[in-house]
Write a new protein. Structure first.
Length: 225
């Protein structure tokens, strides 16, 4: 029984493959370097940046395979729908870089080479400018104060007296019972007065809470936890 093996790679040339894959690699690597240079927080992941490069090349490959064939497109959507990603993205900015890499890979795979190059460079320049000039930054630093007090008594007034003297504003966020009901944990968001140090606030609160644990978390809005 004869077997007729048909290679459909002739629908695009070897040159198209080399250009598409090479361009997607170069542009994805550029995006990765821009991400690395503009990353601010402590949760930098080398694996994530390498994945950006891989995604760009894989998307370009998928676009070469799909071409203008709707049947292939639907079959690939069905195959990829079974993939489940368990890792949570810590920053919304990371999602933007994923979409940028995918867009560049799609453009390179569809053989819109000029579009892929111009779009990647333009978006990367915008990211660098936003990072350099710190666009849209909100220069209002708040702190989280976590206070533990013995259960069974109302220590709110004593705590608020300290917060009134040490902060310009404060707000009670939550109250939680811990250690089997032996302690009550209070969470506040505050803005400390100019010249007030976190250590001074901790000492003042401990004097009112019988030496129980007090935690002041600063910079929580710029740091990954």
């Amino acid at each position: 029984m004869p077997f007729d093996v048909q290679d459909l790679s002739g629908t695009f040339s070897v040159t198209d493959i080399v250009i598409a894959m090479s361009l997607s690699f170069v542009l994805s690597a550029l995006i990765g370097w821009v991400y690395r240079a503009t990353h601010r927080n402590i949760s930098y992941s080398q694996s994530y940046v390498q994945t950006l490069v891989i995604i760009g090349m894989i998307v370009a490959l998928i676009m070469l395979v799909v071409g203008s064939n709707l049947a292939r497109a639907f079959s690939l959507v069905g195959a990829l729908s079974v993939v489940r990603f368990r890792n949570a993205v810590k920053e919304t900015r990371d999602v933007g870089f994923i979409f940028l890499t995918m867009g560049v890979g799609m453009a390179a795979g569809a053989r819109f080479y000029t579009l892929a190059a111009i779009a990647a460079v333009a978006v990367c320049l915008i990211v660098v400018v936003m990072h350099k000039f710190n666009w849209f930054a909100l220069n209002v630093q708040r702190q989280v104060v976590k206070v533990q007090v013995p259960a069974g008594e109302d220590h709110t007034a004593a705590i608020q007296d300290v917060l009134i003297s040490k902060t310009t504003e404060f707000e009670l966020v939550s109250t939680e019972s811990i250690r089997g009901g032996a302690l009550t944990e209070l969470f506040y968001t505050v803005r400390m007065k100019k010249g007030v140090e976190p250590g001074g606030l901790v000492t003042a609160l401990q004097e009112r809470t019988f030496g129980q644990r007090v935690t002041v978390l600063t910079g929580y809005d710029q740091t990954d936890l």
